[in-house]
Design a protein around this ligand. Structure first.
Ligand code: BGP
Length: 470
């Protein structure tokens, strides 16, 4: 296939997060993962916790130089609430946290890499989880806004791209429905309140940013990062289609609609109301959500959902869950990333792009994560010690070809960030699956560019890829 050119000034970048890259060095407070690791190391693959991660706290200058070396023109990371803020109630900052993030931001500027700063990446302070139930509480929403305001004041002069949340549906699922993040609660009603409170926190942070901009004349932008996992029905059968629509309402449109349209999807609120699990809201809050929509959107895409109408009665013994209305469908013959257990379906990127174009006012957006985690990558090391991750290059080329098609048809996509620049810590999977353009040897923290890192440099410099035959 021919070369495919991307729009001018396209973002060729990558994403990581504070809790997954920095390490806990000098951090005053603990988030839920720090705490969970302290009390139960066995939960984490090979018992590797977030203590060191990829050592970004100590090696950020060298790491940012590596980003530059592989041609990344933009990069996302997150500020840790538990590093920047010493006292969550008063919003008092930790001086070392301020120093660290200032130096990081200045280094990105020095290297000429556009920085996207996210405020929340699954990292609820344990203190607020224990005291108030984290996002269950509207007081925590206020404390988050306090923290966001501090971040804008401290760094807004240099950070021009902000994000309120990364994948806010994940804590809803992981902490309150399907038990893969602490505190492993199964409570659908609480989950829905958490969903609402997070959407509210995002809108309030956007509101605070708007006030900051007005006061200072700043011209930055603020958005949200959503993991969009399109729900494909098993068949054209009406019940399957309905099940997929509900699944989309719960997992995708629940945040996409308020973020862009300022309203929750009726399909979702009708169901929640009927089932007696609708969140508590006030008119004033709903007005805040209506008025404070995003400037731009980040889309994380890894995998689709395959959905069918329920074939078995939903077991209500653990109470209400949205799964009452759909079941996952194990589609025969689907392509899998066997290490992560996720389906590979590149065309969904095109479908997501068309959905944003046709149903969400063609708002500007970028792919904020896409990637392939592979276990045991050392076996692909060549004589020079470089990991030859051709599978990753192929994975990216294929996804980018679908993205390119959508852009050619008018999708307003301005960039492509992969997960992740340097192999980083992955929650309970720790360092099992590696995603980076750059590998990290854990015992020595030696970082080596992989073949895909050399590939992205060429892509970024030429602003084109070798198209994939579709
Ligand atoms: C996304 C998260 C990232 C990252 C990535 C890879 O959902 O935003 O934090 O972890 O997935 O997934 P995992 O680490 O679970 O393999």
């Amino acid at each position: 296939m021919a070369k495919l050119k991307f729009p001018e000034n396209f973002w060729w970048g990558s994403a990581t997060s504070g809790p997954q890259s920095e390490g806990r060095f000098k951090k005053k407070n603990r988030n839920i993962f720090d705490y969970w690791y302290d009390i139960d190391k066995k939960v984490f693959f090979n018992e590797v916790g977030p203590d060191v991660a990829s050592n970004f706290y100590n090696s950020f200058k060298e790491d940012i130089a590596l980003y530059k070396k592989i041609g990344l023109n933009s990069l996302r990371t997150s500020i840790q609430w538990t590093r920047l803020i010493k006292d969550f109630e008063t919003g008092e900052v930790d001086e070392d946290g301020v120093r660290f993030y200032n130096e990081v931001i200045d280094e990105f500027i020095r290297q000429g890499i556009t920085l996207v700063i996210n405020l929340y990446h699954f990292d609820m302070p344990i203190e607020l989880q224990e005291k108030y139930g984290g996002w269950e509480s509207k007081h925590v929403v206020e404390l988050f806004v306090k923290y966001a305001k501090k971040a804008f004041e401290l760094f807004g002069d240099r950070v021009k791209y902000w994000m309120t949340f990364n994948e806010p549906i994940v804590p809803v699922e992981a902490q309150y429905m399907y038990k893969f993040h602490y505190p492993l609660i199964v409570d659908g009603k609480k989950a829905m309140q958490v969903l609402y409170n997070t959407a509210l926190a995002s809108a309030k942070a956007i509101e605070a940013y708007g006030e900051y901009k007005k006061r200072t004349g700043n011209n930055g932008e603020i958005g949200i990062i959503l993991n969009l996992t399109p729900s494909y029905p098993r068949s054209e059968n009406e019940e399957d289609i309905k099940a997929a629509e509900i699944s989309d309402a719960v997992f995708n449109n629940s945040f996409l609609d308020p973020a862009i349209k300022g309203e929750f999807p009726r399909l979702l609120t009708d169901i929640l109301e009927k089932d007696g699990v609708l969140w508590e809201s006030t008119q004033e809050e709903l007005d805040t959500i209506k008025k404070n929509t995003v400037d731009y959107l980040g889309v994380n895409y890894y995998q689709p959902r395959r959905i069918k109408a329920r074939e078995t009665e939903f077991d209500m013994s653990s109470g209400w869950l949205p799964d009452k209305y759909f079941e996952n469908y194990d589609m025969p013959g689907k392509r899998m990333n066997i290490y992560r257990g996720w389906e590979i379906y590149p065309k969904a990127i095109y479908d997501i792009a068309k959905n944003i174009q046709e149903n969400y006012g063609n708002i500007k957006w970028f792919i904020s994560e896409n990637g392939m985690g592979v276990e045991g990558e050392e076996r692909f090391k060549n004589a020079e010690g470089v990991i030859e991750d051709d599978y990753r290059i192929e994975f990216y080329r294929e996804h980018l070809t679908h993205l390119h098609k959508a852009i050619a048809e008018g999708a307003n996509c301005f960039g492509y960030h992969t997960w992740t620049p340097i192999d980083c810590w992955s929650w309970t999977n720790s360092y099992k699956n590696r995603y980076g353009y750059i590998s990290v040897d854990l015992p020595t923290q030696i970082k080596t560019v992989k073949k895909s890192g050399h590939w992205i440099k060429e892509v970024s410099e030429s602003n084109e890829i070798e198209g994939w035959d579709m």
